[in-house]
Design a protein around this ligand. Structure first.
Ligand code: CMP
Length: 138
C-alpha cells in the first residue's frame, strides 16, 4: 500500500474548505490513515520545504505555511501519490482542471490550498517529518 503526505494549507483552512477537501479525497477512495491539525513554526516549515531552499519563493512559502493552522494527513492506497496529485490539480491553479481541488478553490500558485508528496522518497521524508509511525492507522 503506497502512502502520501497531504496538507490542507492555511488559506484553505481559514476559508473553511477543509471539510469539502476531505470529502473530495474520500470520494476518490483514498484512505486517510492519520490526520492532525497543527500550526507549523517557521523552523518546522523551513525543514519541511528544505528541498526548495534555493528557490526564489522559499522565504515566502515558509512564511505562508507558518501563518496559520494547517491539516496534515497521511493518505494510503494503490498509486496514491499520483491519484492524489491528479485530484489536487496543477500547482498553478491557472492550469488546474475545474474538477480538481486547486481548480475549484485556489487563487494563486502561492496560495494553492493543498500540498501532496511528489514521489515515494519525498513521501517517506514528509510523513516521517510530521508523524510518528504509531500515529498511522494501517
Ligand atoms: P507545494 O505542492 O506545497 O510545493 C511547494 C510550493 O511552493 C508549491 O506547492 C507552491 O505553493 C509554492 N510555489 C510558489 N512559487 C512556485 C513556483 N514558481 N513553482 C513551484 N512552486 C511554487
Amino acid at each position: 500500500m503506497e502512502k502520501s503526505l497531504a496538507i490542507i494549507k492555511p488559506d484553505a483552512v481559514a476559508r473553511n474548505l477543509s471539510g469539502d477537501i476531505i470529502s473530495m479525497i474520500l470520494d476518490r477512495d483514498i484512505q486517510i490513515v492519520a490526520m492532525k491539525m497543527r500550526h507549523l513554526t517557521v523552523e518546522e516549515a523551513k525543514g519541511f520545504y528544505i528541498v526548495h531552499q534555493d528557490r526564489p519563493f522559499y522565504n515566502d512559502l515558509v512564511e505562508f505555511m507558518s501563518s496559520g493552522p494547517v491539516i496534515t494527513m497521511v493518505l494510503a492506497g494503490e498509486n496514491v501519490i499520483q491519484s492524489y496529485r491528479g485530484l489536487m490539480g496543477a500547482t498553478n491553479p491557472k492550469d488546474a482542471e475545474p474538477n480538481t481541488i486547486r481548480g475549484k478553490y485556489a487563487f494563486s500558485i502561492d496560495h494553492n490550498c493543498v500540498h501532496g508528496s511528489d514521489a515515494e522518497d519525498t513521501a517517506q521524508f514528509e510523513i516521517e517529518y510530521l508523524f510518528d509511525n504509531e500515529d498511522l492507522c494501517l
